[in-house]
Design a protein around this ligand. Structure first.
Ligand SMILES: [Zn+2]
Ligand SMILES: [Zn+2]
Length: 203
């Protein structure tokens, strides 16, 4: 029991949360754009105990952040495989994991949540239509204390990973923070809308 309590990181034993990014086959640059592939420095691949994920650490950024304590903490980041999405009743209770909830009967809207140690910290909803081969990104939300860590963009990547060949669109939200996030997602606004949404069972 003690081991589990300590591992939870609830009291900050593992330090500040590091950013996350969707896992890619080959990581070429750090989050500040420093090349990692030129053998300028040793490559460090730390394991995040907090997330239970592998990641990278940029030595250049670490040096910079040591000199400037006010700088954002971007030296280390963890990688999440966005294709690894667990069923709600089979999701691991520890670390950072994606949980996929299927569409409610009669709708196309599916939901994917990001869980940290079994607690939901972010969510995305999307409406893919197999007949139109179109999908709409409906809603992205990340709990306030977990923002600016890449959770939102990772949730978007997880939604797209379920239908990567579809034509994806997203609405324009209200407010400067939401619009700043939205403008970094390479999706157009919805043009023609899917006529099947909500009539899946009858159609
Ligand atoms: Zn760097
Ligand atoms: Zn449709």
């Amino acid at each position: 029991m003690i081991g589990e309590a300590v591992r939870s990181g609830a009291r900050g034993e593992f330090g500040a949360l590091v950013p996350i990014r969707p896992a890619v086959k080959k990581t070429e640059k750090c989050l500040r754009g420093h090349w990692l592939t030129l053998d300028l420095y040793d490559k460090l691949a730390p394991f995040s105990q907090r997330y239970r994920l592998h990641g990278w650490l940029c030595e250049v950024c670490r040096g910079q952040e040591v000199c400037d304590p006010e700088a954002r903490r971007l030296a280390e980041w963890a990688l999440l495989d966005v294709t690894a999405q667990h069923a709600p009743d089979a999701a691991p209770g520890g670390g950072l994991v994606l949980v996929a909830y299927p569409p409610a009967t009669g709708t196309l809207v599916g939901r994917i949540a990001l869980h940290l140690d079994g607690t939901e910290v972010g969510t995305v909803t999307a409406s893919p239509c197999g007949r139109c081969r179109m999908a709409t990104l409906d809603y992205v939300h990340v709990a306030a204390e977990y923002r600016r860590l890449g959770f939102g963009r990772t949730l978007v990547a997880a939604a797209v990973a379920r239908a990567p060949s579809y034509r994806w669109t997203a609405p324009l939200p209200d407010g400067p923070v939401a619009q700043s996030f939205r403008a970094r997602i390479a999706m157009r606004r919805a043009g023609l809308s899917c006529v099947h949404a909500g009539v899946l069972e009858r159609g």
